[in-house]
Design a protein around this ligand. Sequence first.
Ligand SMILES: [Zn+2]
Length: 244
Amino acid sequence: MSRQLVVFDFDWSGPFSSLSFQTHDCTRTMADQDTDRWVFEVLAIDIRRQMEDLEKQVQWTDLVAKSLREAHARGIKREQIENTLRIIPFHPAMVRAVSKLKAGGKTTFFCLSNANSEKGLENLFDEIITNPAEWTDSGLLDLRRRIDPSGPQHNCQVGCSANMCKGEELTAFFERHLPDFDRVVYLGDGSNDFCPVLRLREQDMVLCRTFGGLHKRIAREGNLKCQVKYWTHAWEVEEIFNTL
Ligand SMILES: [Zn+2]
């Protein structure tokens, strides 16, 4: 394989922090933890509970933005939020798996996340696509949907969340990085990963976590051209990465 792409749905990707660090995003795949939820689990469990209660009614990016505004209004500081990300646990097996591939020099890393993000992981990722967020002077992390709700919306029929069609983003990434990769390996867990995974080719592979919406959609709808490997724990990803 001369040219390989690894795509992380880094909402849960935790293992990268020890490689570079300073993130929000692209974390659940690595950390076994969704950073959007983690921040509030550390700092304000009543806001965390509210997220749980409103998750089905409010678009996720909007809900995280609202939660950040509430945290800011009650005096939670930028340093506190950044610190929660510093202490998020990353699994050593995931760190090893990624470090080894990165050191091999043939693999491009792309973070395609629905989560909330500021800067980070530049050392690992060649490109990061997520929702934009900036710190204001008063210390609010001002988060917005990647697709502005007041402008034109994506046309995805597969069921991507309003803030972003991850399939369209993946296709756009390929167009920016021609020629084609010899192989694409996509790590994901959420139902919104189904759209990009549908676009993978025969020689590509999805590493689907055995719980979460992606697993359910693959079981129910199938129709994938790519190879499917399932994993539950970070060490299993390391095992698979060692064969790439
Ligand atoms: Zn889509």
